[in-house]
Design a protein. Structure first.
Length: 328
């Protein structure tokens, strides 16, 4: 289990920024204490509906500081200051807005990038704070979750299938489902990293190399041999133990056999794209479940039937609704 983190402690450093808790519920550094320690010249808020506005009046600055202080269970990623920080901020902000708008009223339940509560009648998904020191803070907000957790694989599969169902009902696909992109938020598993998310009809976004269906690579122009090889090669490079495990070899052997059978019956890429459009995320979730069984030393026999079904190329689930019907 991950160690419990005190309220305001710096949560982590990444390639793109430093993550803090938002509100002040401890004496540790947090976004609020940062704002209090540096005089603010102005700030601009960005909402999920495209609204943005700059505030400069002292009373608004005081109100904003109090708003940040009282915000709980949210994190603030302060982007690293680079030459192209404005572009990075706008790109991430735009991506978050797009995903929030896909889930709309369900974003709080299914996403970690749900906005903060309203500030002066507008939700806040990001902000830029201009300091009198000529420094700018580019900040992206999200819900506080854990990327290390006790594994309840039945619940993980169910929760992520529900997210896939929401996406599919709105004609979208995540395209990058793997353990690294699943976090635990209180009592729910949620998907993160939405960079590859695209429309169901968009076949260019293929997602992670270690969990993508070989049919997806074939549709995108790879030879049958290369399409079958990508998963095993990339999985070996990133996790040799998993790639060499008996359960992985067993499932991969079945996938490759079915792949050959599918192409023998129907080699037409456009027809395959139509048939499998709603099964690609489910396939990825099946491979993710297999990885979880290996990583957390779970009993494979308990999940083998479901994993074989979720990763089946010959008899794929038609959609997430059908998959959920089976496991409910």
């Amino acid at each position: 289990m991950r160690k419990k983190t005190r309220g305001g402690k710096l949560l982590g450093k990444g390639a793109h920024g430093i993550v803090y808790n938002v509100g002040s519920d401890s004496l540790d550094p947090n976004f609020y204490t940062i704002l209090k320690s540096k005089p603010i010249q102005s700030f601009r808020i960005y909402s999920s509906d495209g609204f943005f506005k700059t505030y400069m009046k002292p009373e608004h600055i005081i109100l904003f500081q109090e708003y940040i202080r009282t915000t709980k269970n949210k994190i603030a990623k302060i982007l690293k200051s680079t030459e192209n920080i404005e572009n990075k901020f706008e790109t991430e902000l735009s991506e978050n807005r797009r995903v929030v708008n896909i889930f709309d009223e369900l974003s709080d339940r299914y996403l970690t990038i749900s906005p903060l509560e309203k500030f002066l009648e507008k939700d806040v998904i990001g902000c830029i704070v201009n300091l009198y020191t000529d420094e700018k803070l580019h900040v992206i907000f999200s819900t506080k979750c854990n990327n290390k957790y006790d594994m309840d694989l039945d619940k993980l599969i169910y929760d992520i299938l529900e997210s896939i169902e929401i996406l599919q009902t709105r004609s979208f696909r995540h395209n990058d489902i793997k353990l690294d992109n699943i976090v635990k938020c209180t009592d729910r598993y949620k998907l993160i990293d939405w960079e590859q998310c695209g429309k169901i009809t968009d076949m260019d976004k293929k997602g992670t190399l270690i969990a993508t269906s070989p049919i997806r690579w074939y549709i995108n122009g790879y030879s049958p041999f290369i399409s079958k090889s990508i998963i095993s090669v990339k999985t070996t490079m990133r996790n040799y133990g998993f790639a060499s495990s008996k359960i992985y070899k067993l499932v991969l052997s079945k996938i490759n056999k079915e792949f050959d059978e599918v192409l023998k019956e129907e080699p037409d890429k456009s027809k395959l794209a139509t048939k499998y459009a709603y099964s690609f995320d489910i396939f990825m979730l099946g491979m993710t479940a297999l990885h979880a069984v290996y990583k957390y030393k779970l009993e494979f026999s308990k999940y083998s039937d479901l994993i074989f079904k979720m990763t089946s190329l010959k008899y794929p689930f038609k959609n997430a609704i059908e998959a959920l019907t089976l496991i409910r």
